[in-house]
Ligand binder design. Sequence first.
Ligand SMILES: C[S@@+](CC[C@H](N)C(=O)[O-])C[C@H]1O[C@@H](n2cnc3c(N)ncnc32)[C@H](O)[C@@H]1O
Length: 288
Amino acid sequence: MFLTRRSAIAARRLTSNIKLCAWNSTQSNNTTHFGSKTVPVEEKEKLVGDVFSSVASKYDLMNDVMSLGIHRCWKDHFIHKLDAGKRPNSTEPLNFIDVAGGSGDIAFGLLDYAEEKFHDTESTMDVVDINPDMLKEGEKRAMENKKYYNDPRVNFMVQNGEVLDKIPSDSKDVYTISFGIRNFTNIQAGLNAAYRVLKPGGIFYCLEFSKIENPVMDLAYQQWAKLLPVMGSIVANDYNSYEYLVESIERFPDQETFKSMIEKAGFKSVGYESLTFGVCAIHWGVKV
Ligand SMILES: C[S@@+](CC[C@H](N)C(=O)[O-])C[C@H]1O[C@@H](n2cnc3c(N)ncnc32)[C@H](O)[C@@H]1O
């Protein structure tokens, strides 16, 4: 049937709303998913914490196994596309927050980019993570690189991204989150918290695994994903964490559904870019 552009957009919105309802219904008031398992809501945070405590010291290895090393290119593209930093003609440094940012990959990358491109050495960064072991990993890297360690511009904080109770409302210019939000017990609460802490005009910017749009590529990826827990047990002696990571990717909403959730939090000018056939995607929105 021929669809006009307007009715095609309406049909797409309807489909993503139906998917959003279906996705919400997989979480009841008392239970949620942990990978493929259904667990009491209050247990998930600890289970996710155990996974990241277990992989923290081999964090790069985990990412390289999960993405065949491509995560470095995705993160690089994410930082360049955001193009953030205090412009030379501006008097106001930016206040960044990188949530679920334990490794520091994105936080340090953003500050390096702002310095290299805009000579910005004033903008500040809160690196926020629920897991102290992951934050320690980020601090260790800062110490090894002799950059951003004991730096008054950079603040490492243990915080639940679903609440961000130590972050004042309307205080941040840029909120980033990379490969973190799919681990939240309540993703919508995380998006609402992002909206709360951003200043009007602030940008929400997220990198996350997503849904492969090409069926042939999807089939190939499914086969690869089946091998990942085995690879995890060989290279890191950790089958269970890698099994959780694969299942958390499978459970995460597709591009259109996640876009609807970002809109539901109140963001405008919401959009996304799929990367590597949709293996992951960059999502954004602006608080007006
Ligand atoms: C795959 S790592 C991503 C780290 C980093 N952003 C990167 O891209 O390399 C996922 C991170 O999410 C954190 N995390 C999970 N649930 C969280 C929550 N509710 N609030 C804050 N951080 C959370 C984990 O502790 C872990 O450090």
